[in-house]
Design a protein around this ligand. Structure first.
Ligand SMILES: [Zn+2]
Ligand SMILES: [Zn+2]
Length: 344
């Protein structure tokens, strides 16, 4: 039996490079040779602490781009370059039928409940092919850049929920990769963008991404800086792009009347259980919304944006081999790099 290499999470905090069985396609499914797979902070979280939907042993990696090497589906051929949407939804429940497949009750996720892309070869389940989760990568878009599709789509979900437009001043808390992608999307919609960050190199990337003002929250008082930048008005929308942002900053105080706050990333407990002064929603029409992952439609829109509008050539990407996965997870956790992509 031919074996292939994969980085397997055997139990929480134990990931190792292993030889696994060569996958073969189920009827209607595919096998993809992985050309690039992004390392995400969710992978770090699963490696360090586990996750509600994670079952070990598991091959992690849900930001996958590769080439089809076996097809048992009429829609795809060997040699097709594809990006894989990680949400395997049922396709028939109320949420799926109304375009909110990210909220499907029966959803399973590649890299959580199916083996993912930290491997030489990846099996694509027929259910994912059936719901149009496999997107052909247009010419001119590299595998490496195509791995940004899913993270960008998650930011699109947030921008859609906030209805960001050119009338808005948007505050983005944190300039990790998700913060940066939120900046470029808000700029694309013509918004005025403020970013708050503590790491010097990330402040620089926020400027490159097009931020109009970057607040060094080590040295500047965030509320004073926001009021200064908005002539005392406050911002129209806030995107907390790291889990602790909500407890670190007085977010509701930074919003102008009618301002919107989108809970974009998970909040560690017990901070997640907080009292909100709901009168702020009534008297000042402040709005509180959430976004979780992305829909398959947003994923398709993101691939289109990466091909046409967002070249992101300045974005620093470090590529590593499968055998360096543990170091890659550690560096991502330590915020040593903005973006790491595994190439097998
Ligand atoms: Zn991710
Ligand atoms: Zn469903």
């Amino acid at each position: 039996m031919v074996k292939v290499k994969a980085a397997v999470l055997e139990s929480v905090s134990k990931i190792s490079l292993k030889e696994v069985e060569n996958p073969s396609a189920d009827p209607g499914g595919l096998v993809v040779e992985v050309r690039a797979c992004g390392v995400c902070s969710t992978d770090v979280k699963m490696w360090k602490k586990g996750q509600r939907d994670l079952r070990c042993p598991r091959i992690l990696g849900h930001e996958v781009a590769g080439v089809v090497v076996e097809s048992r589906s009429n829609a795809y051929s060997v040699g097709d370059r594809v990006q894989i949407f990680p949400g395997v939804s049922c396709g028939s429940c109320h949420k799926c039928r109304t375009g909110r497949d990210n909220l499907c009750d029966k959803i399973k996720i590649i890299g959580f409940s199916y083996d993912g892309g930290f491997a030489e070869l990846m099996k694509v389940p027929p259910e994912l092919v059936r719901i149009n989760g496999i997107n052909k990568i247009p010419n001119g878009l590299s595998y490496e850049k195509a791995t940004l599709t899913e993270p960008l789509a998650c930011c699109l979900n947030c921008a859609d929920k906030l209805r960001i437009s050119s009338d808005d001043t948007v505050l983005i808390l944190g300039a990790g990769i998700m913060g940066i992608l939120n900046v470029v999307l808000a700029k694309l919609r013509g918004a005025h963008v403020i970013v708050a960050e503590i790491l010097k190199d990330r402040m620089r990337f926020a400027m490159k991404a097009g931020a109009d003002r970057v607040i060094d929250s080590n040295h500047e008082n965030l509320k004073d800086a926001v009021l200064d930048e908005t002539r005392g008005r406050g911002v129209d929308a806030i995107i907390p792009a790291f889990g602790e942002a909500i407890s670190a900053y007085p977010v509701f105080d930074l919003l102008s009347k009618g301002g919107r706050l989108c809970l974009f990333s998970g909040i560690p407990k017990p901070e997640s259980i907080k009292l909100v002064d709901f009168n702020l929603l009534h008297y000042e029409e402040k709005m509180l919304v959430g976004s979780y992952g992305c829909t398959s439609t947003q994923n398709r829109r993101a691939i289109d944006l990466l091909t046409k509008d967002l070249k992101l050539d300045w974005l620093p990407v470090r590529t590593i081999g499968l055998d360096e996965i543990e170091e890659g997870l550690r560096s991502t956790d330590a915020k040593a790099q903005l973006r790491i992509v595994v190439k097998s």
